[in-house]
Design a protein around this ligand. Structure first.
Ligand code: DX5
Ligand code: ZN
Length: 223
């Protein structure tokens, strides 16, 4: 079995008591904190920045924080997120004028770099990056909002990226983000993903532990 990880997107958490809600989801079995950063420019929504990441660390959150940057420009804010305690930092290549420079900047800042590909983004972005990244994040919705429906054509893309990673023999996490729930997580895993972002499916459920366990049970059952 792959080393599957569940990454709740805190976009759907209760922001009035964010530290407690993130702790609750971790205590319920989540593996990674998915931290969505939106700028009302690259995407039509506005969320949180490094101060909030740093506040979660001060609150005592020790798990991996996976910062998903949906911002343009990208580079200026990277050192701030590194300083604030980010582990992974992923960005959309369309939002950077110099993708390789941004990847290097993330690495030099002490974090693990990753590329995010939108539903209509070409896989050719990966051609010259596989040696230098630790994560590929495939969007299964158009970025900007939680609670959207999974776009089925992503499954085919996941399979293609899995094969690229395996052929390259690289230790790169393949994360999928958007519309993942108990009913479709197994299909997403079978296509080749190993890291599953889920916002509304977890935070809008009444019992985080039960929801995460159901997701992990589905993953366990994959042959
Ligand atoms: C969308 C964000 C996602 C979002 C996922 O732009 O990147 O992480 O919060 O939310 P759900 O799981 O509700 O689709
Ligand atoms: Zn995200």
């Amino acid at each position: 079995m792959r080393d599957y990880k569940i990454a709740p997107s805190i976009l759907s958490a209760d922001f009035s008591r964010l530290g407690e809600d993130v702790k609750a989801v971790i205590d319920a079995g989540a593996d990674i904190v998915h931290f969505d950063v939106m700028d009302n420019h690259y995407v039509p929504n506005l969320t949180i920045g490094p101060l909030v990441c740093s506040a979660l660390r001060s609150f005592g959150i020790k798990e991996i924080i996976d910062v998903h940057l949906m911002i343009k420009p990208v580079d200026r804010i990277i050192p701030d997120f590194a300083e604030a305690g980010a582990d992974y930092i992923t960005f959309h290549p369309e939002a950077s004028d110099h993708v390789d420079r941004t990847v290097n900047l993330i690495r030099e800042s002490g974090c693990k770099p990753g590329l995010v590909l939108n539903p209509a983004s070409s896989l050719t972005y990966l051609d010259n990056c596989l040696d230098s990244i630790d994560m590929i994040l495939l969007m299964s919705v158009n970025p900007g909002f939680g609670g959207q429906k999974f776009i089925d054509s992503t499954l085919n893309k996941i399979t293609k990226v899995r094969s690229l990673i395996d052929k390259a023999g690289k230790d790169i996490r393949l994360e999928v983000d958007g519309g993942i729930n108990i009913d479709n997580i197994a299909e997403v895993a079978k296509a080749g993903a190993d890291t599953f972002v889920a916002g509304s499916a977890i935070f809008n459920s009444n019992d985080y532990a039960k929801t995460i366990k159901s997701m992990k049970d589905k993953l366990q059952s994959i042959k």
